[in-house]
Design a protein around this ligand. Structure first.
Ligand code: ADP
Ligand code: MG
Length: 304
């Protein structure tokens, strides 16, 4: 395992920001840590990047422990913190040379800086001061500095927050490209980001992991709480449907279409069909609603 967290707990005073969190990430995976504000994403990332110690549990990167082998771990991990703190008064190239110096890259520095500028598409802006760059280009600088020492693992804390739609797309593309060659753990609260960029998603809420699955499997996680969409020819007394065993709720869309929230193992479409037939209600369409990651996320984190 490239990255392994075992039973990690981190407290701030009495509050548990992370509560017995375990997960692992394989080499080459691009994994999202998805969760609402305050879920514990940044805390987890700081621990992996050796910026903050956990209170309990173990975290290792390529087999090296973050507490007693932090020097090795720092070499293996590139980290873009939340809000991307940069030296705004430095020129782009100067800043990257500075970071290369921190990593003691020595003679390799000029080449590495050049490679990073090219990889992150910074050429057109490389002669500017960091403070003069747009937010999208600042993120590129942030990603360039995180990669300069050629780490195995890239940790990106909300890398697209605050970007406009074009910048967002550019940075997502860049992360996807980098993800072809590196192990990436990124945090986000945006579902589309997960669908666009990540192989797998770990959903975290209030310091606990509530789901961990390949992105494409997540939609199937909540099979037992299925949503059925049905359209009738005419308006009827929809309240009657609420009495059917297994129906949790009904949402009316327009006059004639419904979303029926069910909690049952069986295929509820047949029940709806039978009920409608009994009443003589004519169905125009009937089917399962594709659950988006967003809906599953809400169910898992807020129990809607
Ligand atoms: P996320 O990145 O998912 O928004 P964080 O890891 O930043 O969540 O925070 C998790 C919880 O820990 C939050 O409730 C937050 O208020 C709390 N927390 C984070 N940092 C500190 C700190 N330095 N002191 C006290 N509480 C903190
Ligand atoms: Mg955060």
């Amino acid at each position: 395992m490239t990255l392994k967290a075992e039973n990690v707990t981190r407290k701030y005073g009495e509050q548990k920001a992370l509560d017995n969190v375990s997960f692992s990430v394989k080499s080459g995976e691009v994994v999202a840590l998805l969760g609402p504000n305050g879920a514990g994403k940044s805390t987890m990332m700081k621990i992996i990047a050796c910026y903050l110690p956990q209170n309990e549990g173990n975290v290792s990167v390529c087999g090296h422990n973050v507490i007693n082998e932090s020097l090795q771990v720092r070499k293996l991990v590139g980290y873009l913190p939340e809000n991307n703190p940069l030296y705004l008064d430095m020129y782009v190239r100067e800043y990257l040379e500075f970071v290369a110096g921190l990593h003691k890259l020595g003679k390799a520095t000029p080449n590495r800086v050049k490679e990073m500028i090219s990889l992150t598409g910074l050429e057109p802006e490389m002669h500017k001061k960091v403070g003069a760059l747009s937010k999208g280009y600042r993120q590129r600088v942030g990603i360039a500095q995180a990669l300069i020492h050629n780490p195995e693992v890239l940790i990106l804390d909300e890398p697209t927050s605050g970007l406009d739609p074009n910048q967002l797309q550019d940075i997502r593309n860049l992360i996807s490209d980098i993800g072809k060659h590196k192990t990436v753990l990124l945090s986000t609260h945006i579902m589309q980001e997960v669908e666009a960029v990540c192989d797998r998603v770990i959903i975290i809420n209030k310091g606990k992991i509530v789901a961990d699955a390949p992105t494409h499997e997540l939609q199937l996680l909540n099979q037992s709480k299925r949503i059925i969409q049905v359209e009738f020819e005419k308006e009827h007394d929809w309240e009657m449907l609420k009495g059917l065993p297994g129906v949790m709720d009904i949402q009316i869309r327009g006059n004639k279409a419904l979303r029926i929230f069910t909690q049952t193992e069986k295929d509820f479409r047949a029940e709806v069909f039978r009920f409608a037939a009994q009443k003589g209600w004519i169905i125009l369409s009937l089917g399962f609603e594709d659950q988006s990651i967003e809906q599953v996320f809400r169910q898992l984190t807020f129990e809607v």
